[in-house]
Ligand binder design. Structure first.
Ligand code: NAP
Length: 246
């Protein structure tokens, strides 16, 4: 029988690579996203239109999936970037980042726990960031949200270890996705900087002298979700080309 994986934000970037790799590895994947993937990868996964900030909607969709399937894996991946220091972050900006990045994870985890507890099995992955470990300039709300996800991985790991439910945070460095391109486009628009130059600078900031690719993050997530990682819980798994080792 196929293992079942629920992912949020699986229609683009890192999430889309995860959906493709899990489908390839014989998982039945449910992708909860605002919109379906433009590439058609959703043909091979089950798409459920969902806004993760709508806690009731997340709960209803996941409860419905759990009624028909045993959910083995949850990947809370949906997230947005927001670039500003604390003074330039309005209360609305802070709420928006927190509602998607943190409350979205809270909603999805809360919704899968009853069925994972009943099955006494489950793997939960939270897409955090290298910014759960180090600060970056002009990243007040995003940094805070990713640190919160690292905390959620640890508390969930402790509270549900007795049910054989594992929770880990994945901490990617700079990964070349639509979110990355949008972030540097915004920066270039505000500062007038040249995009190619900024991209090159970003590459040179990484000890491996390149950005990560979403497929590389997907491989780590597949491993952490599998029984090969059955003694790994409460951890922050860095995949950043050496950035946080500096
Ligand atoms: P992405 O390409 O923008 O993909 C994010 C996906 O989440 C999109 O499909 C987006 O849908 C969806 N989404 C956004 N808001 C949502 C909501 N309210 N409800 C449901 N789905 C929603 O971003 P990515 O770079 O792959 O990032 C994925 C995760 O990795 C994020 O949590 C991000 O913070 C984290 N991360 C990324 C990097 C990086 O360098 N790229 C590094 C570290 C961590 P729409 O496109 O329709 O908005």
């Amino acid at each position: 029988m196929k293992k079942v994986c629920v992912i949020t934000g699986g229609s683009s970037g890192i999430g889309l690579s995860i959906v493709k790799l899990f489908v390839e590895n014989n998982y039945l994947v449910f992708n909860l996203d605002l919109s379906p993937s433009p590439t058609g990868a959703d043909c091979k996964s089950e798409y459920r239109q969902c806004d993760v900030t709508n806690i009731q909607q997340v709960s209803e969709i996941i409860t419905d999936i759990a009624t028909h399937h045993t959910i083995d894996v949850l990947i809370s991946n949906a997230g947005i970037h927001f670039s500003a220091n604390i003074e330039n972050t309005s209360e609305d900006d802070l709420d928006k980042v927190f509602n998607i990045n943190v409350k979205g994870a809270y909603a999805a985890i809360k919704a899968v726990l009853p069925s994972m507890k009943a099955n006494r099995n489950g793997a939960i992955l939270l897409m955090a960031s290298d910014q759960a470990l180090v600060a970056k300039h002009n990243s007040f709300a995003y940094n805070l949200s990713k640190s919160a996800l690292a905390s959620i991985a640890k508390t969930t790991a402790l509270d549900y270890a007795s049910y054989n439910i594992r929770a880990n945070a994945v901490c990617p460095g700079t990964i070349e996705t639509p979110l990355y391109h949008q972030a540097i486009d915004n920066y270039c628009q505000k500062s007038g900087a040249d995009k190619a130059a900024v991209h090159l600078e970003e590459e040179q900031l990484q000890p491996l002298q390149r950005l990560g690719q979403p497929e590389e993050v997907a491989e780590l997530v597949l491993f952490l979700a599998s029984d090969k990682a059955k003694f790994i819980t409460g951890s922050l798994q860095v995949i950043d080309g050496g950035y946080t080792a500096q």
